[in-house]
Design a protein around this ligand. Sequence first.
Ligand SMILES: C[S@@+](CC[C@H](N)C(=O)[O-])C[C@H]1O[C@@H](n2cnc3c(N)ncnc32)[C@H](O)[C@@H]1O
Length: 410
Amino acid sequence: MDEVTGMVARQYEAYAYPQPFTDLAAQVADGYFEYGNPANYAALLWPEGRPAAKQRPLSILAAGCGTVQAAYLAYTNRGAAVWGVDLSEASLAHERYLQERHGLANLRLFRGDLRQVQEIGTTFDCIVCSGVLHHLADPDEGLRALAGVLAPDGAMTLMLYGATARTGVYMLQDALRRLQVPQTTDGVAFARRLVEQLPERHFARWYLAGAAELRHDAAFVDTFLHPQDRAYTVPQVLDFLERNGLAFGGWVDNAHYYPDAALARYSPEVRSAVAALPAREQWAVVEMLTQNLGMHMLAARRADHCRPGAAPDLASPGWQGLVPHRVPGLKRAPSPPAHAPTYTRGSQGFELGPGQAALLDSIDGSRRIGELLALPALAHVPADTREGLTREFLAQMWRLGHLHFARGAA
Ligand SMILES: C[S@@+](CC[C@H](N)C(=O)[O-])C[C@H]1O[C@@H](n2cnc3c(N)ncnc32)[C@H](O)[C@@H]1O
């Protein structure tokens, strides 16, 4: 094991991540979900339709699974075969605990380096790798290893640290490294005391305010005392994928990348100037104008097999055959009958008129746009304007991150 991998492995042995929970059933019943889980995000992963035609179960790899992710994927994808790989035995021990507790016969766990994942001897329809590649000395090497075991029609979800929001984190990491603060109980206590004394204007303040998990030592060490970590801007994420044989497949949550929600505090003048740019430029500009992306979550495909467009083609002649899918977390809030229907997702909240509400409520992951256009609630809208309004509404819901689109029931 090389020196960097050794240091990383020792950290996650002593501070297994994330802070584990003991009952997956209770967590999932309580609304817990993980981004990129194919059970919820198949439309993002496979907009052309899930590789369900295969006569075998979906194969899923959690690369650098930590304490929970592999068991969570096995629990929420009972029909799939799930593999979890991690350097840390402490993390795998908790995965095993969850496996036994929930009877997850579809889960296999391996201790090892994801760069040797081909030794498992199979390819995967879906690879989830969140919060891992940016801890490798050479993240490209790790990504190429994963791309090498992705099935031709497979899909990957990655979470990579975002550079802008973590600027202050790297300043603190640098200071704590120079102070030689160790990853020990005393070292963590010292670093916590130091963080409490940061001036109001320190670049890490904003990050600290938004990361509730930092109360757990594993997350605190992971953030401020990590021996190896780097972060990416939007253009760097795209370049990282493309130089390693992958094609960008979409953001898990468009709300952070399109001006509609992300630039809500800016004037219509600024928002429309940004919206007029090509998609990749919009994402890059939005990131620089918001500086609030501590992580990038995205889907990727094998570039030699599939190059998804930047947006669903709602202008194509076949657009009515697309199936919209709601993303997890989108809820209609209870509201009095006289009040406009209100929806929430994360920090977003919005009201809709009765026609649009009926449209959104009817999206169930199986109805095609053509069927939605025939809803009785839209019958009062003249036929010649109904299509245009529906197209624009669905495109906006997609830019706000509330919907993904697939050909067929993903
Ligand atoms: C920040 S944790 C993320 C855990 C999990 N993916 C999640 O999102 O909850 C990073 C995990 O990656 C593992 N890891 C880091 N480098 C690795 C490598 N080269 N091969 C396998 N696992 C690795 C660590 O042991 C740790 O459990």
